[in-house]
Design a protein around this ligand. Sequence first.
Ligand SMILES: Cc1cc2nc3c(=O)[nH]c(=O)nc-3n(C[C@H](O)[C@H](O)[C@H](O)COP(=O)(O)OP(=O)(O)OC[C@H]3O[C@@H](n4cnc5c(N)ncnc54)[C@H](O)[C@@H]3O)c2cc1C
Ligand code: FES
Ligand code: FES
Length: 1310
Amino acid sequence: MAAKSDVIKVQVRNNMETVSLQGQNCDPAEEGSASKRLILRVNGVLHDVKDEDPQMSLAEYLRSVLQLCGTKTMCHEGGCGCCVVVVEYDNPVKSGKRIIKSINSCLFPIGSLLSLKNHHVITVEALGSVKKGLHPIQQRLADYNGSQCGFCSPGFVMQMYGLLKNNATPSSQEVEDNFDGNVCRCTGYRSILDAMKSFEKDSDTRLRRSLIDIEDLKSCPKTCNWSYLDKVASCTDPAGGTTDMLFSKDGIKWYQPTTLTRLYLLMHEHSSEAIKLVHGDTAKGVYKRDGPYEVLIDLKGIPDLYVVTMEPSGLKVSSNISLSSLIGYLKQYSDQSPSYSIIARHLLKVANGPVRNAGGWAGNLMMKWKHRDFVSDVFVAFEVADAKVTISDIANVKTYTLMQFLDVNMQGKILLYVEIPKLAEDEKMNSYKIMPRMQNAHTYVSAGFRAQIRVWGKKQLVEYISMVYTGISKTFIHAVATEKYLQGKDITSNVTLQGALTTLCKEIIPDSRDPLLASAAYRKTLALGLFYKFYLSLLSDDAISPCNRSARYTLERPVSTGKQTFSSIPEEYPLTKPMPKLSAHLQTSGEAQFIDDILPLPHELFAVFVLSTAGNASIGNIDSTVAMTVPGAAAVLKAKDIPGSNTFMPPPNQVEEIFSSGPLLYVGQPIALCVADSQHHARQMVEEVKVTYQDQKPPIVTLDEAIEKKSFYPSPGPGLLVGDPACAISISPCKVEGEIRAGEQYHFHMETQICRCVPTEDGLDVQAASQWLDLTQQAIAGAIGVQVKDISITAKRLGGAYGGKASRANLVACAVAVAATVLHRPVRCMMDLSTNMKAIGKRHSYIFKYKVGFNKDGTLNGIIITYYCDNGSSPNDNEVGESFMFSDNAYKCANWQLIPVALKTNRAAHTWCRAPGSKPNIFVIETILEHVAKFLSMDPIAVKQKNLYARGDTTPMGFLLPYCSIQDLYSSQLRKVDVAGRLQAIKKFNANNRWKKKGLAVVPLKYCMYWSFGCYLCTVSIFASDGSVIVSHGGIESGQGLNTKVAQVCAYVFEISVENVSIKPTTTNTSPNSSATGASITSELNCLGVQNCCKLLRKRMRPVKDKLPPGTPWKDLVAACFKVKVNLTAQDWVWPDPQPRDAPQYNSYGVTVAEADLDVLTGENQINQVDILFDCGESMNPDIDIGQVEGAFVMGMGYWLMEKMIYDPKTGAVLNAGTWDYKPPFSKSIPVNFNIELLKNAPNPMGVLRSKASGEPPQCMSCVTLFAVKRAIEAAREDIGQNTYFPLNGPATVDAIQTNCLVDYQNFSI
Ligand SMILES: Cc1cc2nc3c(=O)[nH]c(=O)nc-3n(C[C@H](O)[C@H](O)[C@H](O)COP(=O)(O)OP(=O)(O)OC[C@H]3O[C@@H](n4cnc5c(N)ncnc54)[C@H](O)[C@@H]3O)c2cc1C
Ligand code: FES
Ligand code: FES
């Protein structure tokens, strides 16, 4: 009957127009049958999924089937959070209670929803829309400027919605903890966190900023009664029924048993087939190639697997309990055993919130069971707590230790429950997880220790100790020899400590074969250091030397905070007004459309690249016969199918092939394109394309190899020679030479490379995520052999770019254009993250070799630097030699020689990345100043100050600095943030703490802005009928706020409201021949172009205006102009002339101070405070400019401290092409105290409307974070008498930092 009443309810709701049933086959007569139960409820609407594969991810279903494109996808592995949705369902064991949680829809299969009673999926669309009204979360995220490109925004909104649904008054800490699964590459997170923290009950008034009427929240108290969501949540269950089998098609069966007996019977019945038990199904985010499976059995419908009891012996937790719930229970029962909060704390470091919400402890243990090298934190936490698992099958129920479990034959068996015993009174336990990033990262080494200590007089004797590790090797779990050694020993003795460490050192033999792992030496020292931490924690304070005490603690991160200081000029509003981006509301509501959100046309095809697995070889054969048998296959396109020229870089660039015609320069090079009726089928085709290789020669993988083998491109230029640096160095009283390195950086735009082409009668209509439409247009025309006029490209917005979509966007654009032309059908291709990371190059990496001569007071005399820059497999986007204007940064020196060398390696061709050239140049000169200071035993802050440019100085490029203010800025910033006082405090702290250190560094900035290489066409049209204005310009809105600034300028000149101005998508039809968007000049120059258009229009309108009464409304003025035939459209072609002697248009200045905390034993570090003073001229929009400063700086922090590309040393293949191993900053990577000041009263006479650029310059100061950490490392080295200079290469990852601290266990003492 239940099913019948469901349907009636649905029909009633249909009449109420709140809910519609799309599945017409849902026959009430089929009560209880499988087909009846195949109904999903999404945003209150029921959908029949009878014909869908239950394995299909919820994200794919939402986007492709329901066309709810507010939910975005990027990584498809649970690592980025842009796909987060909220799921509600009845608590399987607590009647009347609902479970509400955020999950990654990219991992969650739709079949799994059917096991959740009364389930309800809520996506960003349900929360609100610009038309119907925004949800307060959407509103605040936009109004706090927490959205730049907007691609990540819906994920953040839904993650917050999930939190508020469970906890209407979260604390700031809870809000910050909530975002351990969401990446934002644009904003630097501060603004997002502020927006979200404004929901905290006691949030400080600064966060409220009166942006939202508090009444809004009263009518929607913390989301609880928002719109219709709660009403529909009480619908009866569409998922109830009696049949286990939900789906059987194409050899795949999906079952949904509701009792244990049925589960056992099913497992027995299908024992000869490949079975997968499905709980959260998150394991596939880590092990993507597990399977294939024929039988999938969803466990979530079995109530017996949700039981949790607190027994006298401990906590008993069944296997359907998710990690989040387990953490909740452990916290709830923490009074029963101190170990429970320790385990909870450890489990909170597993993955991220949405993964922990879906995934369970049982699935995690099974991953360890299947893949012994899996670095399971659950295993470590359970094993050290002496937990036992109970395993059952149709006949038996047996309990095992975790170690025994690893050897149980699990065929036909399930994990039933785990029992976590209480800690005995005299036992102590702790666990540690050291990871490459504070959040959402797998471990380098995790360790758990549990010991029972007996006090005997003054001695403390070890009764026993359990020492558990992961991350050492496949087989190493217990440090058995050390456990044995310690038994009966007195831990108050240094002899015991050293004995244990020596034993541990011998038995720990880290696996060193996998290049993805941190070095064996690091993991060994780390393992010893973690044991040392625990050992000290067994002793009371007075038993430990004061300087060793802080070794016991891990770095605690307080809730972050920050201050944004700027001025604006109300008389000029809307110019200089701090206001959110015009499209911010559309972005946070999920309505902003990105290319992949465009609904496919009938017959549209989807394409996926086939990448080479060999580099420095050639293709033998490509066999696509089997691929073409995949259902929906349309074509496998190869080089020979290209109608025009096989290059995605138009002349005069060097050829870069779209699909290799034979020669393979690097692993990951595209060799073909599989095209099918769906992306899923295209992906299947790629698996079936068989490629053979020949002529394999040893590839040149590293920069060192390239230098050694002299694998250079033709010299990128003469370099720079000023004065006689060799002589200056030789006659200098002091000289040093050295080498420093800076690695690659993946752009990590959240929208990966994408293009869509639609053949039309005019040629091709293209939607390209390109920063440079003109180049893309030329490339496509060349590739398909037509004229440029036949290609029309539109770019409404990009989901992040950072240089990665300048020239490299052409690869996907050309490939798709070829497919659309050859097949004469619309085709789109959105690269998956792995393809994007493998096929496309990154920020250029460098080795810098330098010599410098200087006086004893630190004054520079002469500098020689050789820049070895890896261009990869093509020099097209070379930057070395073209950015020497940044080499001096803010420092004066009379003699320079700068030598560029462009290296040729078998890697994807590298390309520009935010602040290309400038960032590495500034790093090397900062390093040189640091080196000089160390040589002289001076503070680098003083040495830098000594060498700063003064007003009127000349740079090595020969440019005069008439307005140079860096000396004043430097000293005022040092004063303002009390550098002297803080250095004193740091000195004291470092003297008192052997294993925790602090460091402080300062980096100044002089950044030259050049305009003359940018040209853009801008058009402004006023509509005669109502006076509204449309603008088209040649820049591409990619999150930097370009459109908003342009609208502000237009409104300012016309003296109208910005609401009257609409910025139209950039197209090659309206703004042909425009330059790339980049180098921070695009906002300025398009603002200039639009300003010129508006001025021209005003001039034309002036005579009419003069005849009208003063104060005539704009609308009437426009109508009057139209009447007398005034042309209401103006165009401006902006292409500034170079300044005399090619000098920059102007220079930007800045000073940044950063302070870091370091855990010497682990290398973990935290940037406690950053104070940026940046000269933005008279900011056109301080909200946007502060967002640019923060975003740029945090992206830079990622580069210097976290983001490391890892290549196979033998083949050159990118090994870390995904979120599991590549780590951009997360919300807790940002400075704890992050203060930005835009220099006040600083109009720029050489800028547009007195402003200065903000997109790239601040990133150049981000190396200050590396230097702050370096200061802390130096303090650690000084403790062991190592006081000489050492280089700290970027990225200074946790492992590199600890290695540089020269940690030696023989120095460990009580
Ligand atoms: C982005 C990301 C980050 C992660 N980070 C970490 C991390 O930092 N540390 C860490 O330890 N782990 C990490 N993980 C792993 C994560 O903890 C597991 O994916 C999750 O716990 C698996 O649980 P599940 O319920 O989703 O299992 P599923 O994916 O549903 O199942 C996994 C396996 O377990 C089997 N299985 C499930 N339940 C049972 C049962 N009751 N009895 C027998 N077999 C069963 C399934 O057949 C399957 O083979 C991460 C995962 C992701 C996606
Ligand atoms: S797309 Fe789902 S987490 Fe990245
Ligand atoms: S706004 Fe977050 S990724 Fe662009």
